[in-house]
Design a protein around this ligand. Structure first.
Ligand code: PLP
Length: 448
């Protein structure tokens, strides 16, 4: 694809969905699970960088990166080459039963990147939910404690263990009871929505304080708690950045009672926030970190990094046939190289540029109730009223639909937020194009 072609984005040539896309959607709807949450009729044919082209030749500016996955952009030439080279040599052998280089190399790299001085070891899986399952099992196994605490708004996956930790939207749990026993949920440091005061702790229900004063006093003995499972920045729950004190106090509380901290960095990790791990923004040194989305530029791979001394489980206790597949590991090693060579810095710089643009947009449009995030993990909230912060879910959905029609791909999160999680390769120019489209849609909607 030429430079010129690349820069013709967005480019909408048909009504959406176009005829070819409509035909494919009809087939898909006949044969695939209705549980998928497709929000607009996009049928992707190919992607390159931050560009997505559909079956009818329409081109979109992708500010979703396949739900925060394609950090290096779609089909980055170096990732394609790494995949090609590895797949000519070895596609699968199972790292559970045999050794091969890319898995050991990646484990070494991830262990060296994780925050904190202690030695680390890595367990490989295929997805976010599997890396959470691994952490859940390891925490129980190692501590010999049964209870786990996670947070309202948290999303950790959809298999039974991680679903038990998930407390984002009740539809995700409805009908699947009984879930895994021994899980309690408590308040996340969601202070930006606090009706009393946006300052940590001043509301009187300071989240971490309430764990000790409420949960530990009334229902769960701290000595029975194996781990806190926490997203440093909540993803699906609304791109919620807690105040620094939240993680500081949680870490202190965890150390006091010998409770592990499992940081779910499935969405926030691998450079998305401008640092390799979002934990680093909060000086958080998790005992276990779970990764998946951004790690292998779109190939299925999950990883659980734990302090070596926690990996006390014996041979056979946990494994995965496909986890740590050599091709996915090769893609991950190249992804990390690209992040270190400049993409992470780009996420930080363009992220600052984009958040400034979003703040200006919020100065202009009062239906934006909040602008937040770090790096290229950013969100705006749509509200009916700024003072009450009443969520405007319908408006948010309408805006996302209209942006799609204009060639900008966005996703919602939380009750009424729009998330911006573009590939980390985007330029300031891309950010300006996206915000211009959004501005135009917001003006149209307000005029109606
Ligand atoms: N944890 C977080 C923070 C996530 O955002 C997700 C997916 O959105 C998961 C876990 C589950 O990942 P997967 O869909 O790969 O199972």
């Amino acid at each position: 694809m030429t430079y010129q072609e690349l820069h013709q984005i967005p480019l909408i040539k048909t009504s959406l969905p176009g005829p070819l896309a409509a035909k494919m959607i009809a087939k898909d709807e006949q044969f695939t699970s209705p549980s998928y949450t497709r929000f607009y009729p996009l049928v992707v044919k190919r992607g390159y960088g931050a560009m997505i082209e559909d079956l009818d030749g329409n081109r979109f500016l992708d500010f979703t990166s396949g739900i925060a996955v394609c950090a290096t952009g779609h089909c980055h030439p170096r990732i394609v080459e790494a995949i090609r080279k590895q797949s000519e040599q070895l596609i699968h052998m199972s790292g559970t039963d045999f050794y091969y280089g890319p898995q050991a190399d990646l484990a070494e790299k991830l262990a060296s990147l994780a925050p904190g001085k202690s030695a680390k070891k890595v367990f490989f899986a295929n997805s976010g939910t599997e890396s959470i399952e691994a952490a859940f099992k390891l925490a129980r196994y190692h501590t010999k404690r049964k209870q786990i605490i996670s947070f309202f708004g948290g999303f950790h996956g959809r298999t039974m263990g991680s679903l038990s930790l998930t407390a984002s939207k009740s539809i995700q749990r409805k009908g699947f009871d009984p879930l895994i026993p021994g899980v309690s949920h408590t308040h996340f440091g969601n202070c930006y929505r606090c009706p009393v005061n946006k300052t940590f702790g001043s509301c009187g229900i300071a989240c971490v304080d309430s764990i000790e004063k409420q949960l530990f006093r009334h229902t769960v003995a701290p000595e029975d708690v194996a781990a806190f499972v926490v997203e440093p920045i909540q993803g699906e729950g609304g791109y919620i950045v807690p105040p620094n004190e939240f993680h500081r106090d949680l870490q202190t509380l965890a150390r006091k009672y010998g409770i592990l901290i499992i940081a779910d960095e499935v969405q926030s990790g691998m450079g998305r926030t401008g640092k390799m791990f979002a934990s680093e923004h909060f000086n958080l040194e998790p005992d276990i970190i779970c990764l998946a989305k951004g790690i292998a530029s779109g190939l299925p791979l999950g990883a659980m990094i734990a302090r070596s001394e926690l990996m006390s489980w014996p041979k056979g206790a946990h494994a995965s046939t496909f986890g740590g597949n050599p091709v996915a590991c090769a893609a991950a090693l190249e992804t990390i190289a690209l992040l270190e060579e400049g993409l992470m810095l780009n996420a930080s710089n363009v992220g600052k540029f984009l958040i400034d643009l979003l703040h200006s947009l919020s100065d202009k449009h009062r239906i934006i109730g909040d602008v937040r995030g770090k790096g290229l993990m950013l969100a705006i909230d749509l509200v009916k009223d700024r003072t009450t912060q009443e969520p405007a879910t319908f408006l948010r959905d309408e805006i996302v639909q209209r942006c799609f029609q204009k060639g900008l791909l966005l996703l919602g999160c939380g009750q009424s937020a729009i998330r911006f999680c573009p590939p980390l390769i985007i330029t300031e120019q891309d950010a300006m194009v996206a915000v211009k489209i959004l501005d135009q849609i917001l003006s149209e909607i307000i005029e109606v």
